[in-house]
Design a protein around this ligand. Structure first.
Ligand code: ZN
Ligand code: ZN
Length: 367
């Protein structure tokens, strides 16, 4: 974990940051392997561009945090009786920060009470959004990260297989989702998000919450789930049919399948961008006459967060670096009738792209 620090500090110097102030969340996990709940007590890692990072931490978390992060940090514990002000002030001073220092903060994560505490401890500092720097670093997955993602993918695919083997006509969506989530937990992972089973007309809603509807003959059923292993997420969607699909849903399925393949192929091209992948997938659906029914972007980055940059969407024009991991998940949603989505997790490699998810993509009949 300490091996990541030099890379982060080098990037900080390139971007002209004197320090980064990181609060609990996936960036802190990235920095030091620490999984801390964003609670009500101030916790903040101050990483200078040179030297050892400081961690301001509530007394009651101190022992546990030291066990995980060890000598990565110099620790500044504070008790409920004294409050965090003095510990933060000492950490700021020891990090050599002063009025005028450029300190990177997380605009999408830091809460107002954390910002105010930092402003108070370091008046006159320039607090600048560090999201672009952190994004740039986190987008490129190293071997350890990819290995964790491969396990997360393996677990989600195995448990999907186990789950669909138990599905019968008449079962409720929520009970099927529950079966899948229990299988994920038994495999030693956690669900990455609320597991979705959307059947019949419900499958036309990309954000459906699994409910009481029972599976019926002819239903399209969208299964969308993910597993977290060592902090890293997988995210897969497959669409099945109960019995036989209608002619239209068969046509729609084949289009989404072709769009998914076109997206994966575009990802393998040199210089692929979020925009080029989105365009390749979208074009297939548009040419098939269903353009207006593909109502979301083609995909999102995945890693410590289930949704993170890069986004696979028009306007995303930076070439994707080797090691970038993201989903390709085109879909068609016909209101009141049904929907289809096929989602894979892909990584950019030195000579193209690899789909981490390999679960069969042809239309399977379940139950
Ligand atoms: Zn998904
Ligand atoms: Zn997704």
């Amino acid at each position: 974990m300490t091996t990541r620090l030099p890379r982060i500090q080098e990037a900080m110097r390139c971007h002209g940051f004197d320090a980064l102030a990181i609060v609990p969340g996936s960036n802190l996990r990235y920095l030091a392997g620490l999984t801390l709940h964003a609670g009500l007590r101030l916790t903040m890692a101050l990483t200078p561009a040179d030297g050892q990072p400081a961690l301001v931490v509530p007394e009651l978390e101190h022992a546990r945090v030291t066990e995980t992060a060890g000598a990565v940090f110099r620790y500044y514990p504070w008790s409920d009786a004294e409050g965090p002000g003095q510990a933060l002030a000492r950490a700021v001073r020891d990090a050599g920060l002063q009025p005028g220092s450029v300190v990177g903060i997380e605009h999408m994560v830091m809460r107002v009470f954390e910002l105010r505490a930092l402003e108070q401890a370091l008046p006159g500092a320039q607090l600048v959004d560090a999201t672009p720097l952190l994004t740039e670093l986190r987008m490129v997955k190293d071997t350890t990260e990819l290995q964790a993602m491969r396990v997360a993918v393996q677990v989600i695919e195995e448990t999907l297989r186990q789950t669909i083997a138990q599905v019968r006509e008449g079962m409720r969506e929520r009970d099927i989702a529950d079966l899948w989530e229990r299988a994920i937990r038994s495999a030693g992972c956690l669900p990455a998000f609320e597991t979705t089973v959307a059947s019949g007309p419900n499958s036309a809603n990309p954000h459906h919450t699994s409910g009481d509807r029972a599976l019926q003959e002819g239903d399209m059923v969208v299964f969308d789930g993910g597993a977290v292993y060592q902090g890293y997420a997988s995210d897969i969607t497959r669409t099945f049919v109960v019995g036989h699909p209608s002619d239209e849903m068969r046509r729609v399925y084949d289009l989404v399948l072709a769009a998914n393949a076109a997206g994966r192929e575009a990802a393998a091209q040199p210089g692929a961008t979020g925009e080029s992948i989105d365009a390749a997938a979208r074009q297939v659906i548009e040419r098939g006459g269903y353009g207006p029914f593909f109502i979301h972007r083609t995909g999102h980055g995945i890693g410590l967060d289930v949704h993170e940059p890069p986004f696979i969407v028009a306007g995303s024009r930076t070439p994707l670096p080797v090691g970038a991991t993201f989903t390709i998940e085109p879909g068609i949603y016909l209101r009141g009738v049904g929907g289809v989505r096929i989602e894979d997790d892909v990584v950019i490699t030195a000579n193209g792209a690899e789909s981490l998810t390999t679960f069969p993509r042809d239309l399977w009949s379940i139950a």
